[in-house]
Design a protein around this ligand. Structure first.
Ligand code: DON
Length: 559
């Protein structure tokens, strides 16, 4: 007996390592936001407090991507195995109508759905921060918001990404006086490295920390927002703000080869797409295949799940979604049976609709704390700088998330995504999203990941998960060149280096159209906890080098 005890004692450190990581890790799209999260962990906060800190800091330092005027999804995993999904997605205002973005002749008015007051959904992020902090945090909200307030008051450093993204929106931003004053001082975009102070957003964050939702969704501040949006052609009312709630939903949890994947439920389209992708691909022995047959099968699976996205998905509070069917292995087997292993299936041969896209606004971050609690969060204002409208005295951009609805069946949105009635505009409804914060609870590794990129979010997360399951290091996973197919346009978009010449030719021989991308896409943020030795890794997508940062509590920084 004694002999066995010795063996057990020898194994003990292994179990101990598996129970808790060696330290904390954070990866976000901006190093100032990563530092904000680390600061709150050091002040006694858990991963969820740090998520509030990083989210609020991103609102300050990355106004092009997300913020208090937008929404987001918080996927939280506690070290006891419980997980919850906080849906802080924007909602259509109560005055919204099915055809609000159609001209008299029935054509879609893209300008209205992306610019100005009408484009803005009711913001959800502030309510999300309050809910995450009050229910799951350990330190008070005002403590978690402190670093973001400091960044706003003392000034944050204008990054290469801020500079690149403002180029897309200069003209529209110039038309919003408060936005122009802040982000186009003297009529010109700030130079990289300039210090930008934003006392208005500091005040809003301070009030949120002091009085919670009341400070934003009611009273004089709510009135200021409503008046500002209406003056810019919008239809918000005080009721819209008063009625807004961030809601808790059950995350989707499924198994792939004995490892658990926890991910975003509707109104995200991403989680159910991942379920279907892995279900379809579980019928093949992918790791044993050569690159071309591997990519062939992955692309065929992508094609089919993006078709289903367009046909079936929308806000689960408004439409009946066939979740059981879409997640069924039998349904996946049916889709698999339609895949030829030697030839591409033209999208036109599948019944259904059309889609297309890209982008790097929206922001994802991933956190693991030293106790093994995890947060995977994706937040957005949709297009760069949202609807390009800032209401005087607020310091944040409003979103243009109304464009994520299917403004008219068959008419693509800004990302080329097309939808059907399930995602049509209705008052109080949430537009369908592709944001896919995801957590892998594997046998050897636990990981949290996600990315921006509109319709390309889902395939990035899928490729990321596949690479983690293959055993790649965090930095390898975020660096690896990507490919993407979304049913329509019927082509494989390929980042430089994803496929060599001969692989591309072979895929073309099989009937695929291969389209080399002009620019890389995405901005993946990944943390991994290796269960064998307890070590943690954090990696920030190198596509925005010097801007994002992965950081562990030992101080190692991986870009
Ligand atoms: O929720 C969505 O799917 C979109 N609003 C995300 C937009 C996005 O990722 C833009 N950045 N690339």
């Amino acid at each position: 007996m004694k002999r066995y005890w010795n063996v057990l004692l020898l194994l003990l450190p292994l179990f101990a390592a598996a129970n808790k990581p060696d330290g904390a890790a954070i990866a976000s799209a901006n190093k100032q936001a990563t530092a904000a999260g680390m600061e709150v962990l050091a002040a006694g906060g858990n991963a969820f407090d740090a998520a509030v800190a990083v989210s609020a800091a991103l609102s300050v330092v990355e106004p092009e991507s997300s913020g208090l005027g937008g929404g987001g999804f918080f996927l939280l995993y506690r070290n006891d195995g419980n997980a919850v999904f906080i849906d802080a997605r924007e909602k259509a205002p109560l005055g919204a109508t099915h055809d609000m973005f159609l001209n008299a002749d029935g054509s879609a008015d893209r300008d209205k759905s992306v610019n100005g007051g009408l484009a803005a959904g009711i913001p959800g992020l502030p309510a999300g921060l309050v809910l995450v902090s009050e229910k799951y945090g350990r330190v008070p909200l005002d403590v978690a918001l402190k670093p973001a307030i400091a960044l706003a008051e003392k000034g944050f450093l204008w990054s290469e990404k801020n500079a690149a993204m403002i180029g897309w929106r200069t003209e529209k931003l110039a038309a919003s006086k408060p936005a122009a004053k802040l982000f186009l001082p003297g009529g010109k975009a700030p130079v990289v490295g300039a210090r930008i102070r934003n006392p208005d957003i500091a005040r809003v964050l301070r009030a949120l920390g002091r009085s919670g939702n009341q400070s934003f969704y009611d009273g004089p501040f709510a009135k200021r927002l409503v008046d500002g949006v209406r003056a810019a052609g919008g239809i918000w009312s005080l009721d819209d703000l008063r009625q807004y709630r961030a809601v808790e939903r059950e995350p989707l949890r499924f198994d792939y080869r004995g490892q658990e994947i926890i991910t975003a439920p509707p109104p995200s389209s991403g989680g159910i797409a991942l379920v279907a992708l892995f279900n379809i691909l579980s019928g093949y022995d992918l790791p044993t295949l050569q690159r071309v047959p591997q990519v062939h099968l992955m692309v065929e699976a992508m094609r089919r799940v993006y078709r289903d996205r367009a046909v079936y998905l929308g806000d689960p509070d408004f439409v009946e979604l066939p979740m059981e069917m879409l997640s069924s292995p039998h349904y996946a087997a049916g889709l698999r049976a339609s895949i030829r292993t030697d030839k591409a299936t033209p999208s036109a041969m599948l019944p259904g609709v059309t889609l297309a896209n890209e982008g790097t606004d929206t922001s994802h971050f991933s956190i693991i704390d030293a106790e093994g609690n995890i947060a995977a969060v994706t937040q957005s204002v949709n297009l760069p700088f949202g609807n390009a409208l800032m209401v005087e005295g607020t310091g944040f951009m409003l979103n243009n998330e109304m464009d994520d609805f299917s403004v008219k069946p068959g008419v693509p949105n800004a990302f080329g995504l097309i939808g059907e009635d399930a995602n049509a505009i209705e008052p109080g409804k949430r537009p369908l999203s592709s944001m896919t914060p995801t957590i892998l609870v594997g046998k050897e590794r636990i990981a949290a990941l996600g990315a921006p990129g509109g319709s390309r979010i889902i395939t990035q997360v899928f490729l990321g998960l596949s690479a983690i399951l293959d055993g790649s290091s965090a930095i390898e996973v975020v660096t690896r060149p990507r490919f993407h197919h979304q049913f329509e346009p019927d082509q494989i978009s390929v980042e430089p280096g994803a496929l060599n010449e001969s692989e591309q030719r072979e895929l073309e021989t099989r009937g695929f159209k291969v389209s080399p991308a002009e620019r890389p896409w995405g901005n993946m943020q990944l943390v991994i906890w290796n269960l064998d030795d307890g070590s943690v890794e954090a990696a920030s997508d190198p596509r925005w080098k010097n801007v994002g940062a992965g950081s562990t509590s030992e101080g190692s920084i991986y870009r």
